[in-house]
Design a protein around this ligand. Structure first.
Ligand code: SF4
Length: 289
């Protein structure tokens, strides 16, 4: 179900040292990509929006609301993250075409932006991202955690398959736009094998990606119940192990330590080059590999 709504403000202010940006813009509420581990379920529950994956709300006035913010003399042209709570290039964007309007505004008001997506629909707007990159700064990441054909159709059933995401990354890497991979959330016992991680690093390097941010799955709020139910249904042999693993932070610490040590070793084998002349995102505390 798609429903039109209006927003009071286009931007949400973020106050997290963990993130490298202070502003977030979401054209949509809800996301049809239906990832099993979706961290954003809380946003619908909080707003009593119904099923996050099926009730998609379209902010019809977001372009006007963004222009009002950007033309203010108080706007400092800080980095804006596009789609921290939903994927900006989920299927409805193909016909609604709101993102090109957002990008044209960012170009006009010289405001840099970053985005992560699981859709190659972003290539439709590549010329706009290139212009934004030239006049203000732009950073594009693909969220990719596994190349396993047995796993990703279950964990990410409705987004562009990972091999095609890498193909899209390859196209973007040919431009001056800084681009890379968000390898998160890595799922313990499912996508954490050295073979899988090496493949992600190797493919990122081969595709010309400039960075990988990597991180393990956190289960908070409604995501916890949703994901554990998914595991019970799809990987029942792992269910008891997952319950024990996510019982307490202390229970996970030895695993976490060993995992990040392994990741550091893999990273050394696949060094990545940053984009010449492109300023990186402001520094946050994401786990950079
Ligand atoms: S693409 Fe992102 S917002 Fe959409 S379902 Fe997947 S994790 Fe959630």
């Amino acid at each position: 179900m798609y429903k039109s709504i209006t927003c009071k403000s286009a931007l949400n202010r973020l106050n997290s040292n963990y993130l490298p940006f202070r502003w977030d813009l979401n054209v949509y509420r809800g996301c049809a990509h239906r990832c099993s581990y979706c961290y954003a379920l809380y946003s619908h529950e909080y707003l009593q929006g119904g099923d996050f994956f099926r009730n998609i709300y379209i902010k019809e006035n977001i372009v006007e609301a963004l222009e009002k913010k950007l033309r203010s003399p108080y706007w400092k042209r800080e980095y804006i993250n596009l789609g921290g709570v939903t994927d900006s290039y989920q299927p409805i964007e193909r016909s609604r075409k709101i993102m090109p309007e957002i990008l044209r505004l960012l170009i006009r008001y010289r405001t840099p932006a970053s985005i992560s997506t699981k859709s190659d629909l972003i290539l439709r707007d590549l010329d706009l991202f290139e212009e934004l990159s030239r006049v203000a700064g732009a950073d594009i990441a693909f969220s990719i955690t596994t190349m396993d054909k047995e796993i990703y159709p279950k964990t990410e059933p409705a987004s562009t398959p990972p091999p095609e995401r890498f193909a899209a990354l390859r196209e973007i890497a040919k431009t001056d736009i800084r681009c890379g991979v968000l390898c998160m959330p890595i799922l313990p016992f499912l996508t954490d094998s050295p073979e899988n991680l090496e493949e992600i690093f190797r493919m990122t390097q081969e595709s010309g990606g400039n960075y990988i941010y990597a991180g393990l799955l956190n289960l908070r709020g409604p995501t916890r119940g949703h994901f554990l139910h998914f595991i019970k249904e799809n990987f029942p042999e792992l269910y008891p192990r997952y319950c024990a693993h996510y019982e307490s932070r202390a229970a996970r610490m030895p695993y976490r330590k060993a995992f990040y040590e392994q990741l550091t070793e893999i990273r050394k084998q696949y060094p990545l080059k940053d984009k010449a002349g492109q300023p990186p995102l402001p520094t946050g505390q994401m786990e950079l590999f």
